[in-house]
Design a protein around this ligand. Structure first.
Ligand SMILES: [Zn+2]
Length: 48
């Protein structure tokens, strides 16, 4: 279940695989490879 997410600190887009529905959340706290730390990521949408 890949979701497209975007780091709100560096604007890097990435994919997140989770087994639960995060579509009701506006953002998710997740590790960013670019920032090298956990950041808030905007949830852009679900990828089929
Ligand atoms: Zn980042």
């Amino acid at each position: 279940m890949p979701w497209k997410i975007k780091c709100t600190s560096c604007n890097t887009e990435g994919l997140l695989n989770v087994s639960f529905d995060i579509s009701r959340q506006k953002s998710i706290y997740h590790y960013c490879r670019v920032c090298k730390k956990n950041t808030f990521n905007e949830i852009l949408g679900y990828i089929e």
